[in-house]
Design a protein around this ligand. Structure first.
Ligand code: DGY
Length: 321
């Protein structure tokens, strides 16, 4: 009997996904705590036909150059592909696939959690209770801001942006959005299209980022654009840390020009700028956007569907390159 193909995974997957993988492949699982250098990744992937990667792995041109020639497919356990040099993968003839669609609701929920958390000062309140320094109910204790009737600006009206708009509308928010072009779903929701980001920012009491990472969106939220937001605005980022210039956001949070920030993603994860940890008006989550059991299992199954397709000579449903 021929041997089953060998595949490697850089991390641990939900149990049901690991079981499905081991039914059809010899599986080399990774270590959740590992920080893979290009050499370590190449060693982990030696002789494999498929390598399942995650946003916590760096697949730049140097790492891709070191991967073994046996690799045909590299599914990423994410919708974002900014951790992979797609041109380098394509040049090596490695098919890259991703997981669009299945993490939309989970990520939109986390954006709302951050919006509520930072505007209603949930993080500060939780810290107060845990520290044992709560002195009891007071009329002026931890007064926050209501979401209802505030204007939410959304940058990037793809699936996740739309799902956030639906939720925010239910909270009574007015929605304005900037995207390359207007989207019919957003129009149906009554969201106002802003062709110019700079013209939109002064109208946003809350700004939420939902655009993919690209050279055009890197450092999008810099000091100049933060200054265009009205004083007391809130910033929510569940997209990618690289969209935000940390020095500028930290300065704006410190001066109070930005009243609060809810962040799930950071440049250089997991080593975020340590100054964020000292800011009471920042609510900080560890990249939890897609972290529900339902979503992570769906992502894993999608990863395996793509792996199976390529290794059986079929077109993968979610090919990126
Ligand atoms: C993605 O899929 O790109 C997310 O950031 C992971 O939650």
């Amino acid at each position: 009997m021929p041997q089953l193909p060998l595949i490697a995974v850089t991390r641990r997957l939900p149990e049901i996904c690991e079981q499905r993988l081991s039914n059809n492949y010899r599986v080399r699982l990774g270590d959740d705590a590992a920080v893979y250098s290009a050499e370590a990744l190449a060693a982990h992937a030696s002789d494999v036909a498929g390598l399942i990667v995650s946003p916590a792995d760096t697949l730049d041109a140097a790492a891709i150059a070191k991967l073994p020639t046996s690799i045909k497919v590299m599914p990423t356990f994410s919708v974002g592909t900014d951790h992979i040099d797609l041109n380098a993968a394509k040049a090596r003839g490695i098919v890259v696939t991703n997981t669009p669609g299945v993490l939309t609701d989970a990520t939109a929920d986390i954006a709302m959690l951050l919006m509520l958390g930072v505007m209603r000062r949930g993080g500060e309140g939780e810290r107060l209770v845990r520290a044992g320094t709560w002195i009891g109910w007071r009329p002026t204790q931890l007064m926050g801001t209501q979401l209802g009737s505030k204007t939410l600006g959304i940058i990037g009206m793809g699936r996740i942006g739309i799902a956030v708009a639906v939720r925010a509308k239910a909270f009574g928010m007015r929605i304005i959005y900037h995207n390359r072009k207007p989207t019919p779903e957003a129009q149906t929701l009554g969201a106002e299209y802003a062709p110019s980001l700079d013209d939109m920012l002064p109208k946003c009491q809350v700004l939420s980022l939902h655009c993919p990472m690209s050279p055009e969106t890197k450092n999008l939220l810099d000091a100049r654009r933060l200054a265009l937001l009205p004083k007391g605005a809130y910033v929510i980022n569940t997209a990618r840390g690289g969209h935000v210039v940390d020095d500028a956001l930290i300065a704006a949070l410190t001066s109070g020009h930005i009243a609060g920030a809810g962040l799930d993603v950071y440049a250089g994860e997991p080593n975020l700028d340590p100054r964020y940890r000292t800011l009471e008006n920042a609510m900080l989550l560890p990249h939890l956007g897609s972290a529900t059991t339902e979503t992570r299992v769906a992502m894993g199954m999608m990863v395996i569907d793509n792996l199976d397709a390529v290794l059986s000579g079929q077109p993968p449903p979610n090919r990126v390159v």
